[in-house]
Design a protein around this ligand. Structure first.
Ligand code: NAD
Length: 381
């Protein structure tokens, strides 16, 4: 089995790498050969020599590497040009943004690639160590707070000094999933007073156990979809939250928004009017910038100043912490690889929930019904 690790496009902002030397060292065995594209680790400060020392072969020529690989491992979704470079029949494991870019999945199917989408790993305890959405969201939540603290013209902690007492900063976290919970924990460690809101009432206890206050709003409808994810809320429920959220946002020094609904545009939680109601100098960090943003004013990929409020719209925070992001992603990918490969071949048991959910293309077909419906391809009955 030849397993290739691709060099990501650092020039377009992806610094992570799919496998790190320590993981390769644990995986190398008689039948598994690792081929690493030269400089694949550069963005994560890993040299080609470290990959060689771990037992991988470093290959300078991508055409040679991808031409020989049985499995290609990546972090960012491949470009269309990269798909063209893949040999039909190759397996690909990567983030693929299947619901955001279903045409890519169509291209992979047409190229006869057996593609596994890291976004589609089920959120079950059995698949927990493969869950790259969680490992990377935790990084984003942590870094969002650091960005917010750095942009805030105030301290986070309470300080008692000879020159007077400084009040602690107030942080409001909207969306208490994996990223939001890590943001709460990080803001608490920096000494801020933290409040959080989520439409899933189940997270209340988790929020409180991290030392934050949960902003409780009874929406009067079911907000939890399959797999524990949030549903899109109705207009009536949204209107119900507006007054309370406006008030909490106006009181906050830093607002961190993380709310997402899989496959949909991120819900708008912070309207332009709410931004205008904040104190000048306050900061919003919008972790949903990639999905259209939770704040109406957010510009994805930019830091802007609107009426004295700083609005940060990062699109790939895990890549800004590539050493640990790659280490954790590598563990997720390695666990999936070990799960998929049996007797030196891919074991495509579609009766298995992890394989079934994650494998989006095989044998020229798109296997995911939501991707098909996004492409207007008739779903199988
Ligand atoms: P996500 O990134 O899809 O969304 C982030 C948060 O935004 C979620 O908590 C969601 O409820 C919230 N949200 C959505 N719409 C909102 C709105 N209008 N207002 C406020 N908040 C809103 O979520 P995620 O962090 O990927 O996690 C989703 C779920 O998966 C959670 O229930 C989590 O507990 C579960 N999960 C399970 C496992 C596991 O069992 N292995 C692992 C990770 C996550």
């Amino acid at each position: 089995m030849k397993i290739a690790i691709a060099r990501e496009a650092i020039e377009v902002g992806e610094r992570r790498v799919a496998l790190v030397p320590a993981t390769i060292q644990r995986l190398v065995q008689a039948d598994w050969h690792f081929l690493v594209e030269a400089k694949a680790g550069e963005g994560s400060y890993i040299s080609d020599q470290e990959y060689s020392d771990a037992g991988a072969a470093v290959v300078a020529d991508r055409a040679e590497l991808w031409g020989h690989a049985d499995v290609i491992l990546k972090v960012a979704p491949p470009s269309r040009a990269e798909v063209e470079q893949m040999r039909p029949g190759t397996a690909l494991i990567s983030f693929l943004n299947p619901l955001g870019d279903p045409e890519l999945i169509q291209t992979l199917a047409a190229r006869q690639i057996t593609a596994f989408s890291m976004e589609l790993i089920p959120r079950t305890s059995r698949a927990q160590s493969m869950d790259a959405l969680s490992s990377q969201a935790g990084i984003a939540g942590y870094k969002a707070v650091l960005l917010g603290a750095a942009a805030l013209p105030k301290f986070f902690p309470m300080l008692t000094t000879a020159a007077g007492t400084i009040r602690p900063a107030k942080v409001f976290v909207m969306g208490a999933g994996v990223a939001g919970l890590q943001a709460i924990a990080t803001a608490r460690r920096l000494g801020a007073i933290v409040e959080a809101f989520d439409i899933r009432p189940a997270v209340k206890e988790e929020v409180q156990s991290l030392g934050a206050k949960f902003v409780d709003i009874d929406l009067g409808e079911d907000t939890v979809a399959e797999g524990g994810y949030a549903k899109e809320v109705s207009e009536a429920a949204r209107a119900k939250t507006q007054a309370v959220l406006s008030d909490r946002i106006a009181q906050a020094d830093v607002v961190i928004t993380t709310a997402q609904v899989p496959g949909k545009r991120a819900p708008i939680l912070v309207t332009t009017a709410m931004v205008e109601g904040m104190q000048p100098g306050s900061v919003i960090v919008d972790l949903a910038a990639n999905q259209g943003g939770n704040c109406e004013v957010t510009e994805p990929g930019k830091d802007i100043n609107y009426h004295g409020i700083t609005i940060i719209g990062p699109t790939n925070l895990p890549s800004s912490m590539p050493v640990h992001a790659s280490q954790l992603y590598a563990k997720n990918v390695a666990t999936l690889l070990q799960y998929l490969i049996k007797d030196n071949a891919l074991n495509l048991d579609f009766e298995d929930d992890i394989v079934d959910a994650t494998c989006v293309t095989h044998g020229g077909e798109i296997r995911n019904e939501r991707v098909k419906s996004a492409l207007n391809i008739e779903a199988q009955v």
